[in-house]
Design a protein. Structure first.
Length: 242
């Protein structure tokens, strides 16, 4: 929920009239961050979880309406069982540790993707967070878990047909996992890779894309501000002319 006034937002070097409504982030580079430091990959994932707190809080405080985070893709299921186990443990720890603060700040949490693939303990931690924050009116925090953009679109089509509806673009949008968050305005990918990796394929049709070499554990508030300022400086024409 927005905390700062326009003048306070300007004090961070941001244009308060050019804050994107919906930001999506591919949080990449955790493993490489750890390897570069001679640490196990799990240490990188833990550092990545720790980096989340300030980004979520700052996004909420400056008035971002929706923040969608790519936490675990359908392709990530191919990773070693040990690494998946570490990620599952960190998910449980994160939701149990952060839920009270997120709730107090009016954040509404929702998972997108097929949560049923995860162990019961992960599902329970996520569902508890969703239920506790369901009525909050602040930042919509969507966490993509076992998520794939193609699978989401296919699922939306199936739901529409099951309801007897002929899906046009407007109709199909209402069946997407992020239906109440709207299209993505700014997609950020950390870690130096230049691809979207099957993330929110429908929702990013006209998003501004921002790629940075900064690996996710090092993605600080200043790095986030740099991405927001890059967005603010772009002219969005949506296929038309000005």
């Amino acid at each position: 929920m927005r905390k700062y006034t326009d003048s306070e937002i300007a004090g961070f070097g941001l244009n308060p009239e050019r804050i994107p409504a919906h930001v999506a982030i591919v949080m990449d580079g955790n493993g490489r961050w750890a390897t570069m430091r001679g640490l196990p990959r799990g240490a990188g994932h833990r550092a990545g979880v720790n980096a989340l707190r300030d980004i979520i809080r700052f996004a909420s405080d400056i008035g971002v309406q929706a923040l969608t985070l790519y936490a675990f893709s359908t392709e990530n299921r191919r990773r070693p069982k040990e690494e998946i186990g570490i990620l599952c443990g960190l998910l449980i720890e994160y939701f149990n540790r952060e839920i009270d603060e997120l709730h107090a700040n009016g954040v509404r949490i929702r998972s997108i993707g097929d949560l049923s693939w995860f162990p019961t303990a992960v599902q329970e931690a996520v569902r508890n967070a969703e239920q506790k924050t369901a009525n909050n009116a602040g930042l919509k925090l969507n966490i993509a878990l076992n998520y794939g953009g193609r699978a989401e679109i296919l699922h939306a089509f199936k739901l529409a047909y099951a309801d007897g509806r002929e899906p046009d673009e407007a109709t199909l949008s209402t069946y997407l996992d992020t239906a109440d968050s709207g299209d993505v305005d700014l997609l950020i990918r950390t870690g130096g890779e230049l691809r979207v990796s099957n993330f929110l394929l429908w929702q990013i049709a006209y998003a501004e894309l921002y790629f940075t070499d900064v690996k996710w554990p090092d993605f600080t508030r200043d790095a986030f501000i740099a991405a927001l300022n890059d967005f603010a400086g772009r002219e969005r024409r949506f296929g038309g002319l000005k």
